[in-house]
Design a protein around this ligand. Structure first.
Ligand SMILES: [Zn+2]
Length: 282
């Protein structure tokens, strides 16, 4: 029992959130000429069929980063756009890893809300073609466009997308209420949050890749303070004043610190600063 299909919510005109059983949220932006699918989920649902219900326009597929819950469904598509620093991560995704992730989130109350099982996760026959994108790349959809911003920290090659006309920012996992800093230094994450904060005049809504996480369905824009909160947490971690606590996470142990409405999660391998980086003013 539970919600049987991915649930779809029109979050703005011609803009849809497709939530895959609480595992992740994908977004479909439909323009006058083309559409853009942001992320492919874990590959539990038939995402192509879901998109076909929403648009008959040709569409491109972009991955905000190479994690299993965003790139795991890429095998259904012939071509995906991705930052080069996350390509290998996406290629390393196995069917076992996809099943593990789906099962872990299911046990985090997901199975009480959604009707899915790991049997729905099938191996892909081949990789899609990877088309490399970086800061400044623009997806032109006709009467709207989405601009790419490089936003490392969560992963080395994370990106976000800004729709200036509709004033919507799609932030992937780059900066949210539970930002995992596992792909770069705390200093890198700070600079990314600062950069995304500078975009605030250009968007009213900000959707991350985990709206409706695990067993809590939702498709609301995330809290406006999230970028400030993440910056403050990074500052406190760098200063050594953060109240760092340990937590069990996806089979291992991580550390994390909170401020405001956000938490930044990191581990012993997360550097404070890397060579060549501009230090944060503390
Ligand atoms: Zn991620």
């Amino acid at each position: 029992m539970g919600i049987k299909t991915p649930y779809v919510c029109e979050i703005a005109p011609d803009t849809y959130a497709i939530n895959e059983f609480g595992l992740n949220a994908m977004f479909l932006c439909v323009g006058s000429e083309r559409a853009l699918l942001i992320d492919t989920g874990t590959g539990v649902c038939d995402l192509k069929a879901e998109v076909a219900k929403l648009t008959d326009k040709p569409y491109d597929v972009v991955l905000t980063h190479g994690h299993v819950d965003h790139a795991g469904g890429m095998g259904a598509f012939e071509k995906v756009y991705i930052h080069e620093k996350d390509v290998q991560m996406a290629k390393d995704i196995t069917v076992e890893r996809r099943k593990d992730y789906a099962d872990t989130l299911g046990k985090m109350n997901g199975y009480n809300v959604y009707d899915y099982s790991t049997d729905m996760v099938k191996a892909w026959d081949s990789y899609p073609e990877f088309v490399l994108i970086d800061e400044g790349y623009v997806f032109e959809l006709g009467d709207r466009s989405l601009e790419v911003f490089f936003a490392p920290g969560h992963t080395p090659g994370s990106i976000t997308l800004l729709d200036r006309k509709n004033r919507i920012h799609f932030s992937g996992d780059a900066c949210n209420g539970n930002t995992l800093c596992l792909g770069a230094s705390i200093t890198t994450l700070y600079h990314t949050a600062e950069k995304l904060k500078a975009l605030e005049p250009y968007f009213d809504q900000d959707f991350n890749g985990h709206h409706g996480y695990a067993g809590v369905p939702s498709c609301l824009s995330q809290k406006k303070t999230v970028r400030d909160d993440v910056m403050e947490i990074c500052r406190q971690i760098l200063k050594g004043t953060a109240n760092v606590t340990e937590q069990a996470f996806l089979g291992g142990t991580s550390k994390g610190a909170n401020y405001g409405n956000a938490r930044v999660v990191f581990n012993d391998k997360t550097p404070m600063i890397e060579e060549g980086e501009v230090p944060v003013e503390l």
